[in-house]
Design a protein around this ligand. Structure first.
Ligand code: PLP
Length: 408
């Protein structure tokens, strides 16, 4: 018996995909860090939108347009409440974390100067490295990197040394998607603020596991992708403090983001519309709100406790396999296990377990610098959600053992 308040059998019934077969075997979906599955409650919202009130928002006086606008704005408020933003217009709908980060990086192009410094961490996803490199190239600012340790944690002593009066921005992910490490963001934010630097936290990997309170963290920007937390792909948010969002120039020009347009001068709309040019993913935004409702109905404390149980169970079982090494051994970790077995290429293990119906990720997980640190081409990554079970982990461990025997 597992130590949990959750009725997993009942929860699994909410996810139609979990009862399908892959290569003749029941699907074992352990790639949740790449994208999570979608419950019927969210699928129903999507079907209902297109069946009953599909219309463009914020413009029409007709009933459908008003219904769609109301639902979209209701979703924004749900997201505001969930992350405890002070104001709903501090929640900007985007296509996801990558879009959100680029929006901020682009906005800072006009705010940075040559002697300024930007700090990122060695544990970042490519989407939190490349936009800052581009920003530094454009402005002449210098990019500095907080190094990582063997356990997959950030080297906080070096971070202290990197901070200075020249530091203008710090960008760190809340949880590493490649290793699962939960970074000490509260302290990272406090220290950055002590030198008057702004902080962006990439919350893409944290939002499915932790209920983040942006006001308590005092974070300047926080990014989320709906598809990592039971919502649809192609939608997410940028949370930004009002004062920062007012300071940044708009990202794209177009409809929806303007107050008045003449050929002499265009004035921009108020927040959040200044950053929401064009017709957004209306259905996606509404479904994102439904996904947050769904996850809250399960409860983030229950989710964290159960997933931690799965993590410990899977870690112990996998370590019984000879030659298996886990990368990322922090005690502060979510339910992600990155590993290799001897010199076997991770791709080969991934291919064999797929034949047995198991979905895991192989490769560098969009975090090449981490792989370079360990001097490996990539890892096999199994990542668990609250709808996974110990039985699935047993199937996965047995399949991995078989793969290792076949390949060594
Ligand atoms: C998934 C992920 C991203 C990218 O999210 P998109 O939805 O693809 O934009 C960025 N950072 C982390 C930590 C992630 O896990």
């Amino acid at each position: 018996m597992s130590n949990t308040n959750l009725d997993i059998t009942k929860i699994r019934k909410d996810f139609p995909i979990l009862s399908r077969k892959v290569n003749g075997k029941p699907l074992v979906y352990l790639d949740n860090a790449a994208t999570s599955q979608t419950p019927q409650q969210v699928i129903d919202i999507i079907v209902n939108y297109y069946s009953n009130y599909n219309a463009n928002i914020h413009r029409g006086v007709h009933t459908l347009s008003q219904e769609a606008t109301d639902k979209y704005e209701e979703a924004r408020q749900k997201i505001q409440t969930h992350f405890n933003a002070k104001k709903s217009h501090e929640i900007i709908f985007t296509s996801g974390t990558t879009h959100s980060i680029n929006m901020v990086a682009n906005g800072f192009t006009s705010l940075l100067q040559k002697e300024d410094e930007v700090i990122v961490s060695a544990l970042e996803h490519h989407s939190n490295i490349v936009p800052w490199q581009m920003l530094c190239e454009k402005t002449g600012a210098t990019l500095k990197v907080i190094p990582m340790t063997e356990a997959g944690e950030l080297d906080m002593e070096t971070y202290d040394k990197l901070l200075s009066a020249n530091t203008k921005l710090v960008f760190v992910n809340h949880i590493s998607n490649a290793l699962g490490t939960i970074n000490p963001i509260k302290s990272i934010i406090e220290k950055a603020h002590a030198v008057n630097a702004a902080v962006l936290i990439d919350g893409a990997q944290a939002s499915p596991h932790i209920k983040t309170n942006v006001q308590e963290l005092d974070v300047d920007f926080y990014t989320v992708s709906a598809h990592k937390m039971c919502g649809p792909t192609g939608v997410g948010i940028l949370y930004g403090k009002e004062k920062w969002l007012n300071k940044l120039p708009p990202y794209q020009g177009g409809g929806e983001m303007i107050a008045e347009v003449t050929f002499e001068k265009t004035t921009y709309a108020d927040l959040p519309h200044k950053f929401e040019a064009g017709t957004p993913n209306i259905c996606g935004g509404i479904a994102f709100g439904a996904a947050i409702d769904y996850m809250n109905s399960i409860g983030f404390e229950n989710i964290a406790a159960y997933e931690n149980d799965l993590l410990q169970y899977a870690t112990n079982k996998l370590l019984e396999i000879e030659g298996l090494k886990i990368y990322g051994t922090s005690t502060q970790k979510t339910s992600v296990i990155s590993f290799n077995i001897g010199n076997i290429h991770p791709y080969d293990i991934g291919t064999i377990v797929d034949k047995l119906g198991i979905a895991v990720r192989t490769g560098h997980h969009c975090a090449q610098p981490i792989m370079d640190y360990y001097n490996i081409p990539g890892t096999v990554r199994a990542s668990f959600a609250f709808y996974n079970t110990k039985e699935e982990i047993d199937i996965f461990v047995e399949a991995t053992k078989r793969a290792a025997q076949m390949l060594s």
